[in-house]
Design a protein around this ligand. Sequence first.
Ligand SMILES: [Zn+2]
Length: 71
Amino acid sequence: MADLKAMKKSNGPACPTCGKAESLDNRPFCSERCRDVDLNRWLSGAYAIPAVEKPDPDEQETGEVLPLSRN
Ligand SMILES: [Zn+2]
């Protein structure tokens, strides 16, 4: 991957997204934008499959239990 090469190239910590030097405010990224890019990348990989809310009558997502509905 090109990104890994960029990281190894520089001595100090570098932005995983673009390989530039990281900024203190956005460590380990160089900018908020790169942080966002990486986050989206990560999220799209991690939650590639589910993420779709489907109505499931057996699953109480909110944890709210209505006494009347149980009767
Ligand atoms: Zn960057």
